[in-house]
Design a protein around this ligand. Structure first.
Ligand SMILES: Nc1ncnc2c1ncn2[C@@H]1O[C@H](COP(=O)(O)OP(=O)(O)OP(=O)(O)O)[C@@H](O)[C@H]1O
Length: 236
């Protein structure tokens, strides 16, 4: 049997009277790329925050890398949060040096390779970067880590369309080489869909649909087409 990286059973999180994630049961196997999809407020970020222990579930059970989420598992996760900002005073170079000192599993050579591909100037400070440049820096810091699990919460927001496609190729390359498991949430489904092995659509905290990306593509033409169909139905 293949190794389970994430195992969630009946996972529920409420904020006051609002249920952000409801009764989520999901297993993610090693080496898979899972697309967590859904409209704004569907519960994607809340699920990721539970995986890294930033949010405690109200109900259900969650195992990450075979353990309860916490500091031990977090050392093995490269997590790019939604709306992430970097230290404004740090240049690209200083940020990569910081990563090498403090981020477990950080591979400086891989960071240098990714920086070249992402064409980010070494001496540019994060505070003086455009939104897309800062997003690239955050991606470099995540993807340069040799850890078993990578979680990217809307990593492409602010990155222009043609660069996104290029960055997707970089991600696919980096992942296949490192055998990492990736959880990714994005609204850029058209560009990202080549990444997904599996997708889960959340709707108001509940799983609306989940399945193998290849067979869903066979059924609906593309994950993008499927998502449009689901969003249209959700609006009715
Ligand atoms: N700290 C919080 N306090 C109260 N409610 C919250 C909090 N964080 C999230 N929520 C609510 O939980 C629900 C799920 O939010 P979440 O951020 O997980 O959605 P999302 O799918 O990541 O959305 P988006 O695509 O817009 O990033 C929303 O209704 C949101 O208002």
């Amino acid at each position: 049997m293949s190794e389970q990286i994430i195992s969630a059973k009946g996972l529920t999180k409420r904020y006051g009277g609002k249920t952000a994630v409801e009764n989520l049961t999901l297993n993610v196997e090693k080496g898979r790329v899972l697309g967590m999809l859904g409209a704004n407020g569907a519960g994607k970020s809340t699920f990721f925050r539970m995986i890294v222990g930033l949010v405690q579930p109200d109900d259900g059970h969650l195992e990450v890398l075979g353990k309860e989420p916490g500091w031990r598992t977090n050392a093995e996760i490269a997590y790019l949060p939604d709306r992430a900002r970097w230290y404004g005073d740090y240049t690209t170079k200083q940020s990569i040096e910081w990563g090498a000192r403090f981020l477990p599993g950080f591979d400086s050579e891989e960071a240098a390779r990714l920086r070249d591909i992402m064409r980010l100037p070494m001496d540019l400070k994060a505070g003086e970067m455009s939104k897309g440049q800062e997003a690239r820096l955050m991606l470099i810091l995540c993807m340069a880590r040799r850890v078993p699990l990578v979680i990217l919460d809307e990593p492409f927001s602010g990155i222009d369309g043609s660069s996104r496609e290029h960055i997707m190729d970089v991600l696919i390359d980096a992942l296949s080489e490192k055998q990492q498991t990736l959880l990714i949430s994005t609204h850029e489904i058209y560009e990202a869909e080549g990444l997904f092995d599996r997708v889960v659509f959340l709707d108001q905290g509940r799983v609306a649909l989940s399945g193998d990306a290849e067979s869903l593509r066979g059924q609906y033409g593309s994950i993008d087409a499927l998502s449009r169909k689901l969003y249209r139905e959700g609006e009715k």
